[in-house]
Design a protein around this ligand. Structure first.
Ligand SMILES: [Cu+2]
Length: 150
């Protein structure tokens, strides 16, 4: 079950975006988000953050994002997110982004993420991580063509 998938509006020059959500498992079995795709971006990746000294960097998640049995995992600014790379058009507030999430056991799940304002931290209000603004963070060099980021 996908709760409140959302993203942030992007400026016209911005070629990347990120989608956040909470993933809940109602079954007694753990699952794993292993992939995502969207027609709105050239490449869609699962990302997490790692700490390098004082700096948090985004990095592609190897092996997927675990959803614990009868539990949930949160994709939120400063943590896991679905990265949209090579946006075909800017993400406009109050539009939606179609996404297909692929789970190891549940298979493909179609969702639509709502685009919120550029400064949104998600109307679920669970994050206190606005200061770790996703869009100002450095991507690990060499992982993907994130050049449009700067
Ligand atoms: Cu990212």
């Amino acid at each position: 079950m996908i709760v409140h998938p959302w993203s942030r509006a992007t400026a016209p020059s911005q070629k990347v975006g990120a989608v956040f959500m909470e993933i809940k498992s109602s079954t007694g079995k753990a699952d794993r988000l292993i992939g995502a795709s969207s027609p709105d971006a050239d490449i869609t990746e699962l990302h997490g953050h790692i700490r390098e000294g004082d700096i948090m960097r985004m990095r592609r998640v190897e092996g997927g994002i675990e959803v614990p049995a009868k539990g949930s995992v949160k994709l939120a600014p400063g943590g896991f997110h679905v990265m949209l790379i090579g946006l075909k058009a800017p993400l406009l507030e109050e539009t939606t982004i179609p996404l297909t999430l692929t789970f190891e056991h549940a298979g493909p799940v179609e969702i639509e993420a709502v685009v919120e304002s550029a400064g949104s931290s998600g109307s679920s209000g669970a994050e206190k991580m606005e200061k770790m603004d996703h869009m100002k963070m450095d991507h690990k060099k060499g992982s993907m063509p994130h050049g449009a980021f700067r």
